[in-house]
Structure formats: structure tokens, C-alpha cells
Design a protein around this ligand. Structure first.
Ligand SMILES: C[S@@+](CC[C@H](N)C(=O)[O-])C[C@H]1O[C@@H](n2cnc3c(N)ncnc32)[C@H](O)[C@@H]1O
Length: 276
């Protein structure tokens, strides 16, 4: 079980190494990646892509490296995968997976300025990364540059406007708290913008898919979605009173104890091909 909760600032994923406690972000991702709801969407995403059919894959913003490793286990022949992350601390953690597989390499780098030649990957994917980028256009241009003609680019991100506690007795209060939380993410609406982003760069055969993440445990949702922090922030911004905060958090705990807690977050996945 995850012991020390991070003093979670969603935006710190934009630059983990400069966060006050970078290790907390590593611990956070490690924890997130052990949760069933997260494992399920990742397995859905990887099957949608048929990752086993590619030979040169780039996993952008690979974080602690679990996905890169999971994909490598599905590869055949001489296929290889590279995980890249802007955080040297994340990359150092991920390296342990590279020791057990010759198919994987982890490198430190910025998606906005990739140190790869053009046209070398047949699949580039980014899982929950574009939401943290200051310049998503530049990042997509870089992905297109390093992708082979006909190769695939796939991006998945949450749409933070859909975050909800589904059975709170005061939905308006929940909404106020959760909507404010989006302000701490670089691009909370990027998921909804991905289609036009792909179209503006003339990617072909573009497809968009949606997935709803569901959480049935308040404890898990609180860590992953940082609900306590959201309530603190809403109170600090004077969007809710201290009493509102206390009541809301109490209700979430009660719902959990009764086995009735549910929270959801919508995600969009967009897939397209670089033109031939
Ligand atoms: C929410 S985590 C997702 C990690 C991983 N894809 C996963 O699903 O577990 C976002 C990751 O993107 C990385 N990141 C943020 N900005 C980046 C950039 N400009 N280039 C490469 N990686 C970046 C962060 O360091 C972090 O590891």
C-alpha cells in the first residue's frame, strides 16, 4: 500500500525533477500503475493499437517505465521499444526494466526536441503526457518527424472536465471543487483538442476512442485524483467554505464505508497515420 501521500500538484508532471519532492512523483506513478482501473485502460489502449505488430516503438513520457516494459513483452522478432522521459529521475527508475530485456532502452529527453533522426519509428505513443506539455503542437510535430511515412501516432489523455463523484448528495459542490482542480493542470482540455490537432497536421485515418475510468474506492481515487487536495484548494480559493469542505470529505468517506463510492473520469484516445 502507498504510505506517504505526495503533496500532489498535478502540474509537477510538467517538470518532475524541479518538483520539491521528485521521488513522490515516482512513488505516485508506481502506485497508480498497480491499480486495476489503470491497468485495465492501459491494456485496452495497447490492444487497440495492436502493439505487437510494430518493430520500432517510441513511448513518449514513459515515466517509471512499466508500460514500455509491458509492451516489450508483446513484441516479436527483432522489434524494439524506446521509452523517453523529461525526468532523469523517472528514467533512472525505469532503467531496471531494461536490465531484464534487450528489447528496451530508456533515455532522457524532451518530446519537444527529440534527439532521433527523422522517420525511424513505426509507432509513437504518449499516455497521459500531452496534458502536461506547454507546447503540444511542437511535440506533435516532433512525433511526426520521427515517425516513418505510414507509421502510427497514438495519444491518450484525460478530459478533466468530466471528472465527477457520481453519487455525491451535493453535485454542485462536487463540481465546484473538481472544476477548480483542472486549473492545476497545464492542458486540462487537451483530450478534446486532439482531433483538431491531428487534423491540423494532416494525419491520415484518424480515429478517436473514448474510455471511462471508474473508481470504486475513495482511498484509491483520493490518491490518484487528489480529492483532499482539491477540496483544500477550493477552500483556499474561497470557492467553498471550510464547512463545505469538511462535509464533502466526510460524505466521500461515508460513501466509501457503505461501499457506494464511485468516481469517473473520461479519457480520449486519438490514433492517426503519418501520410505516405
Ligand atoms: C502522468 S505521467 C505518465 C507516465 C506514463 N506514460 C504512464 O502512463 O505511466 C507524465 C510523464 O510525462 C513526462 N513528461 C512531461 N513533460 C515531458 C516532456 N516535455 N518530454 C518527455 N516527457 C515528459 C513526465 O516526466 C512524466 O513522467
Amino acid at each position: 500500500m502507498y504510505k506517504t501521500l505526495p503533496s500532489y500538484q498535478v502540474s509537477s508532471f510538467s517538470n518532475v525533477d524541479k518538483a520539491s519532492e521528485p521521488q513522490e512523483w515516482v512513488n505516485y506513478l508506481k502506485y497508480v500503475n498497480t491499480q486495476e482501473s489503470i491497468k485495465n485502460y492501459k491494456s485496452w489502449f495497447h490492444s487497440l493499437l495492436c502493439v505487437q505488430n510494430y518493430s520500432r516503438i517510441l513511448d513518449i513520457g514513459c515515466g517509471t517505465g512499466e508500460d514500455t516494459f509491458a509492451i516489450s513483452c508483446k513484441l516479436k522478432g527483432k522489434s524494439k521499444i524506446i521509452g523517453i522521459d523529461y525526468s532523469k529521475i523517472m528514467v533512472a527508475f525505469a532503467q531496471k526494466y531494461a536490465q531484464s530485456s534487450s528489447r528496451i532502452k530508456y533515455v532522457h529527453g524532451d518530446v519537444n526536441n527529440l534527439k532521433f533522426e527523422q522517420k525511424i519509428f513505426d509507432l509513437c505513443l504518449a499516455d497521459r503526457v500531452f496534458q502536461h506539455l506547454k507546447t503540444p503542437h511542437k511535440a506533435l510535430q516532433e512525433l511526426i518527424r520521427v515517425t516513418q511515412p505510414g507509421g502510427k501516432i497514438a495519444i491518450i489523455d484525460p478530459d478533466w472536465s468530466t471528472l465527477s463523484i457520481n453519487n455525491s448528495s451535493d453535485l454542485a459542490l462536487s463540481q465546484r471543487i473538481l472544476a477548480h482542480q483542472s486549473n492545476f493542470i497545464q492542458n486540462p482540455s487537451i483530450a478534446k483538442e486532439l482531433l483538431s490537432l491531428f487534423e491540423s497536421y494532416e494525419l491520415q485515418n484518424t480515429q478517436i476512442f473514448s474510455y471511462t475510468l471508474l473508481f470504486y474506492s475513495y482511498t484509491v481515487a483520493n490518491i490518484i485524483l487528489s480529492l483532499t487536495k482539491a477540496a483544500d484548494r477550493a477552500e483556499k480559493a474561497q470557492l467553498i467554505s471550510k464547512e463545505d469542505k469538511v462535509n464533502w470529505l466526510r460524505e466521500l468517506n461515508e460513501l466509501d464505508q457503505e461501499g457506494n463510492f464511485t468516481s469517473s473520469l473520461g479519457m480520449y484516445c486519438i490514433i492517426g497515420n503519418k501520410s505516405l
